[in-house]
Write a protein that binds this ligand. Structure first.
Ligand code: SF4
Ligand code: SF4
Length: 285
């Protein structure tokens, strides 16, 4: 079962939720798709790390064969090619590695070179396999790394928890497209509601079953909760704004490994998710 955890912005608590859910589950996998700023490994401190480089293919031009026809420049819909001072110039940062220009060049003057854009680290932390995607600073898109992360868990048995990037851009879409269930983490403020709306629209678009975990709950009006009630959205958990939890979190500790109170709280969320996924499977087999 693949469970993606997402939120409209960073710092809302999606790493807290995905790390703790993975830690209470036997033989689970945690994948950190927040490739620009992965931080789940700071909690898990995985051992026996294996490293894999992730590369993309970028076109390169053989100037001896190029006749300057500019057909490749006209072909590229991403404006990743230009013809400047009698030369084809490739803008690596905006190239989507579609390979079209290489096929299209009538002179066969284009070929492809590998360009490293990041890496994947795989290790273990007690019962959890921890897989972390890391995008090199300055690289435009983490999508190829996320694709590889998702491929790593394609045929995995048991639970996989996907810590999605914040927001609702293409990297988030890539991270949820194979998920069986999406957990949306929301803060109680007006800004939190706005962020929740963004990811809510996204999961509806992808027709994913979903539920909301309200984070940083106090004994006062909770606008995210109000939004959920008004829109008939299932609330599957409430995490209190709690000093002890905050201390554990800021010290890089996994709360369910430290305190039974948090173990019960996250177990309850996981039970609700499992029931929802089973219910969904009976409705849409
Ligand atoms: S299509 Fe080929 S020959 Fe024409 S400008 Fe591009 S690289 Fe040169
Ligand atoms: S590989 Fe695709 S995106 Fe990159 S330069 Fe060629 S046509 Fe453009």
């Amino acid at each position: 079962m693949k469970i993606a955890v997402l939120s409209g912005k960073g710092g809302t608590g999606k790493t807290l939720v995905s790390v703790n859910l993975a830690a209470i589950t036997k033989n689970s996998t945690y994948i950190d798709c927040d490739v620009e700023e992965p931080n789940g490994h700071l909690f898990f401190k995985p051992q026996n790390i294996q490293l894999e480089d992730i590369s993309i293919k970028i076109p390169t031009v053989d100037e001896k064969l190029c006749t300057g026809c500019r057909k490749c420049v006209e072909f590229c819909k991403f404006n990743a090619l230009a013809y400047i001072k009698d030369k084809v110039v490739v803008f690596d940062e905006v190239c989507h590695s579609c390979g079209g220009c290489v096929l299209f060049c009538p002179q066969k003057a284009m070929s492809e070179r590998e360009k490293k854009i990041g890496s994947i680290e795989k290790g273990n932390s007690e019962n959890v396999t921890v897989v972390t995607g890391i995008l090199k600073p300055g690289e435009a898109s983490g999508v190829p790394i996320i694709k590889q992360l998702i491929k790593e868990v394609e045929n995995k048995e048991g639970f996989t928890f996907i810590d999605s990037p914040p927001g609702s851009a293409c990297v988030v879409m890539e991270s949820i497209k194979d998920a069986d269930y999406c957990i949306l983490v929301a803060e109680p403020t007006l800004f939190g509601v706005h962020n929740l709306q963004m990811v809510h629209e996204l999961v509806k678009l992808f027709k994913k079953p979903y539920g909301v975990v309200l984070n940083k709950c106090l004994n006062e009006e909770n606008l995210a909760e109000k939004f959920c009630i008004e829109n008939d959205i299932s609330i599957i958990g409430r995490i209190p704004f709690d000093h002890q939890l905050g201390m554990l979190n800021s010290n890089g500790m996994i709360s369910v490994r430290e305190n039974d109170k948090y173990r019960d709280m996250f177990s309850d969320i996981l039970q609700k998710v499992t029931k929802e996924v089973q219910r969904e499977a009976t409705i849409n087999p």
